[in-house]
Design a protein around this ligand. Structure first.
Ligand SMILES: [Zn+2]
Length: 450
């Protein structure tokens, strides 16, 4: 296929991308097209980019398949230009915290995947002995919580439990992910709210219940543990601008420490969230406008290097939209299908190019997952996971066109830039002009191999 604009690791240029056996065989001059092969000639209004790699997706199958499942999630991924995703170890039952559970995940995924899927394992109290086996069986890395996870079967770890697990992960040369909020400031806020009884329907009440200090103290702890143990440490869904200097300092000191943020933190602002609007509830919470702009600044200066969706759906009943009680509603935002367009819409309004979005959403997550050779870039030898994006075209988000199992999304009605015209998975077109194509041909992948 060829396009006037192809985003390669060396920059954007006119090129022809030759595909053979599902891989990129050559990236050649625009007119260097071999005779007698099928040619996809991209229109001038489209740009050819690598498929998005989304390293933060909660699929919830098996066990809570009524929340989301492999078929619906990977269909939504294909529609949104995501060709590889990594499933989170919690909200499914069993949680992916043992080798047996990892095998069960793989079995549940079989025959259902429209894009490629990897699996994070979990670090929970008492499972350090499972980590080596799961790593050997292909777990992409391991996630832990420092605070209540929201589900009983995925416990959180304290420093005394986490430290030996990180020593083990360093030995295995694996990757730790951390939900970085500490209970102290959250418990203190809860005591305060028990006394003052603010309206649980107000967004401001929810925001005050998860203060920045919970993130900031957790980040400080994780930097110290990273320094002590040498384990590669990555903070997921980072939201507090107050700890960005600490993250920048850790990185400047050469620690293997990184952090991601999410489309919802980059696009919404607490001041604009209506009271009772539980579709916006997630943890850590969406913070103020000024905080959002500092997250963008951190993407600009490299403190944050990665954007992932944190697609975390549940049933409509659990979102309790009629009641609008932020304390009672499930926390989690559904955004897998829309992440690329959301980030591109906001990025271009701030002077970024699509090359930046490709760095944050394709190359960096592929590196985090240890699959850079195969995913996240248009280069010889990589999988032909490709997206043709009409980057200047816009669309209004219509919930009925969202392929997530449930249609509740805070992006409903928003106008976004960047229409995914076509998506190819290993050279096979899986999405074209609003429709899925073909049978599920996605595969599961492991750290270091696709
Ligand atoms: Zn998550």
């Amino acid at each position: 296929m060829r396009a006037r604009r192809v985003i390669t690791p060396e920059g954007t240029r006119a090129a022809s991308v030759h595909v053979a056996h599902g891989r990129i065989a050559a990236v050649a001059a625009w007119d260097a097209v071999p005779a007698g092969v099928p040619l996809v000639d991209a229109g001038d209004d489209t740009v050819l980019m690598p498929g998005v790699v989304d390293t933060h997706v909660h699929i919830n199958e098996p066990g809570r398949t009524e929340w989301e499942g492999f078929a619906t999630a990977t269909q939504a991924a294909a529609a949104g230009g995501v060709t590889a995703l990594v499933d989170m170890p919690l909200n499914s039952v069993p949680a992916t915290t043992t080798l047996a559970a990892l095998r069960e995940k793989r079995r549940a995924a079989e025959g259902q995947l429209f894009v490629d899927v990897g699996f994070w394992g979990g670090v929970v109290p008492g499972n350090t002995g499972e980590l080596a086996g799961m790593a050997a069986a292909g777990a992409i890395g391991f996630k832990c919580f420092l605070v209540e996870s929201g589900v009983a079967e995925f416990g959180f770890v304290r420093e005394a439990e986490l430290r030996p697990a990180m020593v083990e992960l360093a030995r295995l040369r694996s990757q730790l992910l951390v939900h970085a909020e500490l209970p102290g400031p959250i418990d203190a806020a809860a005591l305060e709210q028990a006394r003052t009884r603010p309206d649980p329907r107000r967004y401001a009440t929810y925001l005050a219940s998860r203060p920045r200090a919970a993130e900031d103290q957790a980040v400080a702890l994780m930097i110290a543990l990273c320094r002590d143990t040498g384990a590669r440490t990555h903070v997921v869904h980072h939201a507090s601008s107050d700890s960005l200097p600490a993250i920048a300092g850790a990185r400047a000191a050469g620690l293997p420490f990184s952090a991601e943020t999410c489309p919802h933190y980059l696009s919404f602002a607490a001041e604009e969230i209506p009271d009772g609007a539980t579709a916006w509830k997630c943890a850590p919470p969406i913070r103020e406008r000024a905080n959002r702009e500092l997250l963008w600044q951190a993407l600009r200066d490299g403190t944050l290097g990665l954007v992932a969706s944190d697609h975390s759906p549940c049933t409509p009943a659990l979102k309790q939209q009629e009641r609008g009680d932020f304390a009672a509603a499930w926390g989690g935002i559904s955004g897998l299908q829309l992440a690329l367009s959301v980030v591109w819409t906001e990025a271009r309004a701030r002077g970024f190019g699509l090359e930046d979005v490709v760095r944050w959403m394709c190359a960096a997550p592929a590196a985090l997952a240890g699959v850079s050779l195969h995913k996240g870039r248009i280069a010889v030898g990589a999988d032909a996971d490709l997206v043709l994006l009409r980057d200047e075209a816009t669309f209004a988000v219509a919930p009925e066109r969202v392929l997530h199992r449930h249609k509740i999304t805070p992006y409903a009605g928003r106008t976004l830039a960047g229409v995914v015209e076509s998506t190819w998975l290993r050279g096979r077109r899986v999405w074209h002009r609003g429709k899925l194509e073909g049978q599920p041909a996605g595969r599961t992948f492991s750290r270091g191999a696709a």
